[in-house]
Each structure stands twice: as structure tokens, then as C-alpha cells.
Design a protein. Structure first.
Length: 361
């Protein structure tokens, strides 16, 4: 049994700080090494977080440190290569979203995890927190009646400077646009609450930004349990919000936030005639907000206890398949795409490049 998880971090961008904080907060984990494409950035990061070892590349880090867990915080185009290398070195992997720029690459990552007998966890932190867990229990138990209609909105704002970063906004290096890079968070939370999808019809739009990929997308998603969801992702919305609304037979569930949610961001509005039921739907008194910390804590605990990954970190392909279906439908001029279509898709298992309707003057 591992007593303390020796963690190593690859990539020192902004999100890496959240990983470092989560490791520091866990009583049985420590961050022992870091590497980055920029040696100066790696040294600065190590100094800020008290990390003993800095390596020039992942290969030297893996050979020298033999970490138990590798935290991957790099652009998605290199996730497969880095993940497979970490598994070959005997480490578990926690990778930032999106896990890969294609379903084929994610399949190879999952196969490498199985071959090594190690865990592959993807960071979809919107699933975490006591509010999301509470709502999922209410929906799954039938306490709110049957879910009927949903809205999923990721309305964010990214200016021209954001897309000026060389790897952003390009199919080859980023894998997709705002649907993959931004909207996947709320899509993942939607699918966490509602389950598997059955059909997708979608379009991609370029409304204002200088980008090869889309800066907005729209989709209708039908879930297996009969819920119809309208989905919008945007990188051009000045009043930013991340929101879900699920209308059930007995209530409307909403969450409105930006990058993280707590109890104050959620509401449950009873339908007429069900007002007296609302007291039983109250959120628990003890609160934990959604964040990287709870997700990595639960992943570390599962690894230490040699248990399967928790629901907050399992099903690494579910939301990426939903994103892939959006791109595949857009590639087919908005025609419906089903899971069976996607399983044998001639192009969109290899990548998400799709036609984008350009509406700029």
C-alpha cells in the first residue's frame, strides 16, 4: 500500500496552481517534481510551491522521480503522448480537460491505462461540490419527477489576445473551438446529471473572432431518458455566465455561476401543487464548493485505497463524445448524430475539424 502519493506536474500554466494547491491540501500527497516547455517557468513555479526537483522534460522526470501520479496541465494536443509515457513509467494520470483532441487519442490513453493497471482521471471539476451531488440524488431518485427540458449555456468572453496564443484557435493544436475548450465543462455537468445522450443536432459559428475554429456553437441534445436540451457555447459574450436549467415534472433546477458553484448558485423552484415538497429538497447544511481540490482529493483517496474512481472523476469519454457529436453534426450540415453513428464515424473519431459558418462582415 502506498503511504504517500509522490506527484509530478507537467505544464505550469494558470491551472497548474490549482493542482499544486490540491496536492498541498491532501495529507497523503506531495508534489515532488515539475517540468515545463519553458525551463524558467518551471523553476519559477517550483520556487513558488516549494517543489524540490525541476526537470527539462517529462522523460527525464519519469526516469529520475518514478512518481505515483502525474498531473498533466498542458495543451490537449500533447495529452496522449504524455499520458501514455506516464502509464509506461508506472504512474496514474490526472489530465486536464479536454482529455484529448480526438476520440481515437482518448481511446489510446484509456487502453494504455488498462494495460498498465492504472487510473486515468480527467478534471471536470464542475461535477464536484455538495450541491451537484444533492441535485443528482434528487433527479436519480425520482423525487423531482421526470426531467423534461434543459438548457445548457456557456457564455464566456475571450478577446483577440486570447486567440493570439499560437496553439489556440487551430484545429490541429487545440482540437476545437469554444465547444471543446469552454462548453465541455457545462456539457459534462449536464451529462453527469442527466446521463447518456441519444441524438445531437448542431451548428458551428464564427461571429467575431479571428480564429480557424468556431467562436460559438448551438445544439439540440436528446438524452436517453427523454430530456430535450438546448446547448449554447460562446467566446463572444461580455456578460459571462455558465448556467444549467432542468425543468422536471415537479420543479425547475437552475445553477448560474461562472467558473465554480456553491449552494448559493443553485435553486429549486417547485411546480404549482408541489410547494409542500420543497422542504424535502433543501440542500444539506454542510457545503463544499465545486473545485479542483475536492476532485483531486477523491481521486487520490481512490488510488490510495485501491478503489475505482469516484463518479466525479470517472467516465472520461462521456462528455468528449458529446462534444464530438456536436462537431460531427455540424460537419453534416446539422443532421442528427447518434452514439452508433459516432462509434464508426469515418472522420470525427480522428479529429473534430468541421465547417464553420462565418458571419463576420
Amino acid at each position: 500500500m502506498i503511504q504517500t502519493l509522490r506527484c509530478a506536474l507537467v505544464g505550469t500554466g494558470a491551472v497548474a496552481n490549482l493542482h499544486a494547491q490540491a496536492v498541498a491540501a491532501h495529507p497523503r500527497a506531495e508534489l515532488v517534481a515539475v517540468t515545463d516547455i519553458s525551463p524558467d517557468a518551471a523553476r519559477d513555479f517550483a520556487a513558488r510551491h516549494g517543489i524540490a526537483a525541476v526537470h527539462d522534460d517529462l522523460a527525464s522526470l519519469l526516469a529520475a522521480e518514478r512518481p505515483d501520479v502525474v498531473l498533466i496541465c498542458t495543451p490537449p494536443g500533447v495529452h496522449r503522448e504524455q499520458t501514455v509515457a506516464a502509464f509506461a513509467a508506472g504512474a496514474h494520470v490526472v489530465v486536464e480537460k479536454p482529455p484529448a483532441p480526438s476520440l481515437d487519442e482518448l481511446d489510446k490513453m484509456r487502453a494504455a491505462a488498462d494495460a498498465a493497471g492504472k487510473q486515468l482521471a480527467v478534471v471536470f471539476q464542475q461535477r464536484t461540490g455538495t450541491a451537484a451531488a444533492h441535485v443528482k440524488r434528487l433527479l436519480d431518485s425520482g423525487a423531482l419527477g421526470r426531467p423534461l427540458l434543459a438548457q445548457c449555456q456557456t457564455l464566456w468572453f475571450r478577446d483577440a489576445g486570447y486567440f493570439a496564443v499560437p496553439w489556440r484557435g487551430k484545429w490541429e493544436t487545440e482540437g476545437g473551438g469554444t465547444t471543446l475548450g469552454h462548453g465541455i465543462h457545462q456539457l459534462d455537468l449536464l451529462a453527469f446529471l442527466l446521463g447518456d445522450w441519444a441524438r445531437v443536432e448542431a451548428r458551428l459559428w464564427r461571429l467575431d473572432r479571428e480564429t480557424e475554429t468556431e467562436d460559438a456553437s448551438t445544439a439540440t441534445v436528446l438524452f436517453e431518458r427523454g430530456v430535450v436540451a438546448q446547448v449554447v457555447a460562446s467566446a463572444v459574450s461580455p456578460r459571462e455566465t455558465s448556467s444549467l436549467r432542468i425543468d422536471t415534472q415537479r420543479a425547475t433546477v437552475t445553477v448560474d455561476h461562472l467558473y465554480g458553484h456553491g449552494h448559493e448558485n443553485w435553486s429549486l423552484t417547485p411546480a404549482p401543487g408541489f410547494e409542500t415538497d420543497a422542504a424535502a429538497w433543501a440542500f444539506p447544511e454542510a457545503e463544499e464548493r465545486s473545485d479542483h481540490g475536492p476532485l483531486l482529493r477523491d481521486v487520490f483517496d481512490a488510488i490510495l485505497d485501491e478503489q475505482p474512481l469516484p463518479p466525479t472523476a470517472d467516465a472520461p469519454a462521456r462528455s468528449l463524445e458529446l462534444v464530438a457529436a456536436i462537431y460531427a453534426s455540424a460537419d453534416a450540415d446539422g443532421r442528427p448524430v447518434t452514439p452508433a453513428d459516432l462509434a464508426t464515424h469515418p472522420t470525427h473519431r480522428r479529429g473534430f475539424a468541421s465547417p464553420v459558418t462565418d458571419l463576420r462582415p
